[in-house]
Design a protein around this ligand. Sequence first.
Ligand code: FPP
Length: 246
Amino acid sequence: MSAPAALPVPRHVAFIMDGNGRWARQRGLPRIEGHRRGVEVVRTVLETAWQLGIRQITLYAFSAENWKRPVEEVGALMGLLEWFLDRETARLVENRIRLRTIGHVEALPPAVQQALARATAATAGFTEHTLVLALNYGSRDEVLEAAKAYATAVAEGRERVDSATWDTFSRYLATAGLPDPDLVIRTSGETRLSNFLLLQSAYAEFVFTPVLWPDFGKAELTAAVAEYGRRERRFGQTSEQLNPAS
Ligand code: FPP
């Protein structure tokens, strides 16, 4: 008897890391302690992801709306981001992982921009694995800016409206050149997308878990990837079309 076929592994998993504040509150700790623990979890999740065969991870680390948080929390998040980049760049290089960003990084504090520039430059040559940080990112703004850039390109004769396809348009999105997410995971029991990769997730599978981000780990990621493997992605076709022999 032949061994059962291995379950498919998502090539690209995108995370909405939620629940840091609640994790801290449940322990009587300041919110920033939840974020601090959340950064530790990022390291575990990345290690597990590469071990499972995932090629790209995108993390919604700071949304364009997160500026509305108390100024101390925003400052602490930026500090953690800089600390994470300083600490992780050597590991990214060691593991040959390319770092990319999506979102308006030019509005981030200069120290964070410099840390990002260092990490991005140090890892630019790697092609097998990619870590994408969504920073000051919002999907609607991204789409609007892509539409404006596309319209400009049409006006200047660099694009033709009558031959427009998703492929030609999507090159104007922040995610140009990156694969769409196969699996989007949101922690903490919330079941919304919060302006994250709205168009890129058109055919993604979703896993919403009640686990708070600081409690998310190897077991939870492995379970979510197994759940993905059991799902049938039909892309509009029927099950019979995809499995003609069954
Ligand atoms: C949501 O939890 C989390 C965030 C808005 C920030 C996510 C950031 C990190 C995990 C740390 C920085 C990331 C990297 C890659 C270094 P919440 O504060 O909204 O939690 P709550 O809904 O329970 O209040």
